[in-house]
Design a protein around this ligand. Sequence first.
Ligand code: F6P
Length: 502
Amino acid sequence: DAAETEYTQGYDFVVVANRLAVNRITQEDGTEDWQRSPGGLVTALAPIMAASEGAWVGWHGAPDETLEPFDHEGMHLHPVPLSEQEVEFYYEGFSNGTLWPLYHDVIARPLFHRRWWDAYRRVNQRFAEAAAQVAARGATVWVQDYQLQLVPQMLRDLRPDVKIGFFNHIPFPPPGLFAQLPWRHSVLRGLLGADLIGFQRDSDARNFQRAVRHRLGHYIKADQIYVPLQEEDDAGSQIPGFSADPSRGTAPRQLSAPAPGSHRVAEARAFPISIDTDTIVDLAGREDIIARSKEIREELGNPETVFLGVDRLDYTKGIRHRMKAYEELLHDGDLEVGQACLVQIASPSREGVESYQRLRDEIELTVGRINGEFDTMGHTAIRYLHHSYPIEEMVALYLAADVMLVTALRDGMNLVAKEYVAARKDATGVLVLSEFTGAADQLRQALLINPHDIDELKAAMVKAAQIDPDDAKKRMRSLRRQVVSHNVKRWAQDFLDRLHHL
Ligand code: F6P
């Protein structure tokens, strides 16, 4: 039969992510081409894709444009189109105006709009259909991140024969915050369509399990969630004036394992992501990059202490807290311009979202104020750069920095912290790391701080600048052992091994 032929011709390993694994570039002669995305996820999965019959389903980044599927460097790419309004409602709206702030401890106020939710559901359905179309019979499909939480169940409904994994790259909020989401029940049901649901930290997996227990009442034992096979469909149960979500209040908790045959099992647990360590280590040993790192220090006027912050310009990253601490240290005379310099790379991000536009204004006002007050003719207090840089320049910056400042108020993992550690091959350099990052669960020898405690942050910055070199080396060696032995390839393998085992 036609469907059967289609499935046997499909791909054995399918990744579904909001963004496609390639970026469009314009070459010098004006022609357009595709280039593999530099991120760790793509780097980790590309070899797995090339070794099996692999396909990547995702949005290629431009609105109102339908592209035919194509092959690139051993990967089959299947673009999912989004209209301009879907970019506004699904991507900027529900993903980054509702879920992102809600899942990051409501640092900004999440906005709940029914038309955003409708677009999120519609776009998730489109991704699920695309995955169903390209997956071979019995394929493994790995869905990525918070933009696509409904895809696992939608895909299971279309293709019960495939194995489905889901990984959440950002935090999963405590049940009390998650409860704010008007569509909380549908999101949980969407995720529970996966066989394996991965989170960054143990506490994220626990938050998810508690939400499932509390809202849906499912029986859970040792990370295994017993999902009833006959669940009422909330989409059809809409009564005018009532929410489509039947989980008003809480569900009665199921206290014992349900009868065999009445359920399937979904496992939810932590798989902390990492970086492509080998690439960073290789770049950190390259002579031109080492030379560039020296040049950067010279261009900054050879200060004794270079502090570095590298973030997407996002309100979760604690950039203002970092600047406040630095400003007070300059003001109190604990640091001095010329002797210290803060380099802040803020890469442009989600510029269509209002909270990001406001943040940019605030940060740039603060930088202007601090530099206006403390700069000298020859030296600047903060070298602020609103740009993205290639990885070579980033590694040169890591090598140029004595102290890396990661002060996120909440962060799923924070890969910048791991990249800095990987780059410090001679075990010099100090990492100041917020305890609210996933990375803090593994990088215990960093100077761990609570970024809300400005005095503690200031003390850590001073300690980092004046640290005894032996202490610094001991810490960095231990951090490097962790990062070097847990690269992103191992992360992907651990997840996929577990998924295949289930
Ligand atoms: O951390 C979550 C995440 O979606 C990453 O996967 C991604 O690299 C980053 O945020 C940037 O997001 P966007 O796709 O919105 O530019």
